[in-house]
Design a protein around this ligand. Structure first.
Ligand SMILES: NC(=O)c1ccc[n+]([C@@H]2O[C@H](COP(=O)([O-])OP(=O)(O)OC[C@H]3O[C@@H](n4cnc5c(N)ncnc54)[C@H](OP(=O)(O)O)[C@@H]3O)[C@@H](O)[C@H]2O)c1
Length: 298
């Protein structure tokens, strides 16, 4: 679906992978009927400019330098949106993320800084710029649901509580990071067979954060806040893992929640390919094959 109204849309981490495909598809929409103003977020300016060149430098796409793990960079990007692009956003797509198979104290810190805390800070700065009836899309992952499934009943209950708060998620995240650092993660995820726990755990927290922020923000400006899994797509994030699908399909999964009429979506929910997913579910993949693939490529 496309609309004739001009929308201002920011996609973070859009210089490659699924985010780049989202920009390509938004451009197609723009050329057909609307005239979206598209901000291509990239933590590295040169990589963003190269991506823009690959698109043929269309006049309605602008590179916005934005490192989502740095509050300073987020504050600068917010000022740039205010000064150069009218200071309002219709859609914010929090797509940037990092992943690792290693579960060390250092990877835990880095992964949560980008995939969880970074998105919280981006939303804190940019929510005031979201227009009435706007949308915030947090790109999460089905692995977050798998991780939650493997957490203790007590932690699952907390994550699924209807009264969960951001402070409580921060507390759960802090405990998770410290369990990784002290190699006691089995206390949080006993008997789990999952691999890449920091990445999965960061997405559990992001999916939950989405529910909490949806509750908080829907009243203020009627903003829709949802999380979405793009599906298992061939990108650098997973070293173009075996059995992965084209990233353009991941972009479709994201754009479904950007373009579907609000009445057909539920605020705070988690979607993939147009379908609502549960907050927790059992893992359906043999992750050891994927880890082996990553190690072979390294
Ligand atoms: N691929 C999959 O199978 C899959 C499955 C489920 C969910 N996802 C999610 O889909 C989203 C896109 O992933 P992808 O597969 O397209 O990965 P990707 O190809 O590795 O792209 C990730 C993008 O995020 C950017 N990024 C990383 N850290 C950043 C930071 N601190 N600030 C700003 N940008 C940053 C990267 O920039 P650089 O180029 O500078 O590194 C890159 O542009 C992620 O949220 C990921 O978790 C992917």
């Amino acid at each position: 679906m496309s609309s004739s109204k001009q929308r201002v849309i920011l996609v973070t981490g859009a210089n490659k992978g699924i985010g780049f495909e989202v920009i390509k598809k938004l451009l197609e929409e723009s050329s057909s009927s609307s005239n979206n103003l598209i901000l291509l977020g990239s933590r590295d300016l040169k990589r963003g400019q190269d991506a823009l060149l690959q698109l043929g430098s269309p006049s309605n796409v602008h590179v916005l330098q934005l490192d989502t793990s740095s509050e300073e960079s987020i504050a600068r990007a917010t000022d740039e949106i205010k000064q150069k692009y009218g200071g309002q956003l219709d859609v914010l797509i929090n797509n940037a993320a990092i992943a690792s198979w290693n579960d060390t104290a250092e990877t835990a810190r880095d992964i949560f800084a980008t995939n969880y805390y970074g998105i919280k800070i981006v939303n804190k700065y940019l929510f005031p710029l979201i227009r009435e009836n706007g949308r915030v899309v947090n790109v999460s992952s089905g692995v977050g649901a798998w991780a939650l499934h493997d957490m203790t009943d007590e932690i699952q209950k907390k994550y699924k509580s209807e009264t969960l708060t951001e402070e409580e998620i921060d507390g759960l995240v802090k405990d998770f990071i410290s369990a990784i650092a002290t190699k006691t993660i089995d206390k949080i995820m006993p008997n789990t067979k999952l691999l890449g726990l920091c990445y999965s755990g960061s997405k559990t927290a992001l999916t939950a954060l989405t529910r909490v922020q949806a509750r908080r923000w829907s009243g203020a400006k009627n903003v829709l806040v949802v999380s979405v899994c793009p599906g298992y797509c061939s990108t650098d994030l997973n070293n173009h893992g075996p059995g992965s699908r084209p990233p353009a399909l991941g972009a479709d999964s994201i754009l479904y929640v950007v373009n579907t009429p609000k009445a057909d979506l539920e605020n705070g929910e988690f979607y993939q390919d147009g379908k609502k997913l549960p907050q927790s579910s059992a893992c359906t993949m043999d992750l050891s094959t994927h880890k082996q693939h990553a190690e072979d490529k390294a």
